[in-house]
Write a protein that binds this ligand. Structure first.
Ligand code: ASP
Length: 353
């Protein structure tokens, strides 16, 4: 841990540096970008020292490209936050964009009843480059992690991604662009806020935790899950091998449109057998926007009969990390399946009768 500034100020945040493009530099031999330590980042953004927020920095010994992110790393992040929860007003996680939406989703389930902001950000261009987007992303994220209502409760007490002027719910976000500065969007949920000259928030859409209850960290994850995408021509034996894998606990099945799949008896049989032997299969659409509605077409209705569960308008990132967290916490499949249909951290829109 190192300390950047200690100006007299009430706000105190913990900046956790995991790696990602924001802190990368060019490797002189390969000419490819590689993660560098936090001092490199600091040298390129001296303004950070001028902020009137006390910022402590936690950096991992080895910063990573987020393609190397793992559930074990998420557990470390949760441990770091939980151990220092009372000391800080908010947490900022500097992270590569490639798997940021997975990390944000996982953390949203692992930090139950979160009452403080956890803002993930990064950049598309390294901080050392003139046109970098990292400077604004980082400085705004620090500000977002400290903003409070008049009663001193935080403005955004949830896991968010801040990128390119948009504040998004973490478990609703998806990386949508590998090149543009608008790397993320939340297609099925309104933005929580926008950055202009001032920040504009959408309070109705921001989670309201129970401040009387403690935050509960969960660090047990079960990784025996799989994301499986349907496509015309998918081969029965291959599909069957995957679903027959003995270790398999949960599957996110990416279907067509509003949750449809081919009306092939072999597919229905394989799915039925898998759900009957206790595998939980969540139906998520391959479309980035819109929701699964299995009762809309016959092709979806048949799927419903197999015992697979609708993931509604969840993202793939949220569904797969939710499975990992639920199977880490529970052994009873009925409980897991029931919780998949509930909103644990605002990740799914529930039908209101
Ligand atoms: N490959 C990088 C990473 O995810 C990309 C980025 O940071 O934008 O770490």
């Amino acid at each position: 841990m190192e300390q950047i500034s200690k100006l007299v100020r009430n706000n105190r945040v913990l900046l956790i540096y995991t790696g990602g493009t924001i802190g990368m530099g060019i490797n002189p031999k390969t000419k490819a970008l590689e993660p560098l330590d936090f001092n490199h980042l600091l040298q390129n953004i001296p303004e950070i020292k001028l902020l009137s927020t006390q910022i402590d920095v936690y950096q991992f010994a080895q910063p990573i490209d987020s393609s190397d992110m793992t559930p074990a790393f998420w557990v470390q992040l949760v441990d770091i936050i939980a151990a220092r929860y009372a000391q800080y007003d908010g947490f900022i996680i500097l992270h590569g964009t490639d798997t940021m939406a997975y990390t944000a989703s996982a953390l949203s389930f692992m930090l139950e009843n979160l009452t403080k902001p956890v803002i993930l950000t990064g950049s598309q261009l390294p901080i050392g480059q003139l046109r970098t987007d990292g400077r604004e992303n980082l400085i705004s994220s620090i500000e977002l992690a400290t903003l409070h209502h008049a009663d001193n409760s935080p403005m955004v007490p949830e896991v968010c991604i801040y990128f390119n002027g948009r504040l998004l719910r973490g478990n609703r976000s998806t990386k949508q662009n590998a090149d543009g500065f608008n790397a993320f969007d939340s297609f099925n949920y309104p933005h929580l806020g926008e950055a202009g000259i001032t920040f504009q928030f959408s309070p109705y859409h921001i989670l309201k935790p129970d401040y009387r209850r403690p935050m509960v960290p969960h660090t047990q994850l079960n990784q025996n899950v799989m994301v499986l995408s349907l496509f015309p021509g998918v081969q029965p034996p291959i599909f069957q091998h995957v679903l027959d894998t003995p270790e398999l606990k949960g599957v996110v099945m990416r279907t067509y449109g509003s949750g449809n799949a081919p009306q092939q008896p072999w597919l229905i049989d394989i799915l039925k057998r898998a759900t009957q032997r206790g595998v939980t299969i969540v139906n998520i659409s391959q479309c980035v926007a819109g929701a699964v509605a299995m009762e809309r077409y016959d092709t979806g209705f048949q799927l419903k009969e197999t015992g697979i569960i609708s993931g509604g308008d969840s993202t793939v990132e949220a569904a797969v990390t939710k499975l990992m967290v639920l199977y880490g916490q529970h052994t009873d499949v009925a409980t897991i399946r029931a919780k998949l249909c509930q909103s644990l951290a605002g990740e799914i829109t529930l039908e209101t009768a």
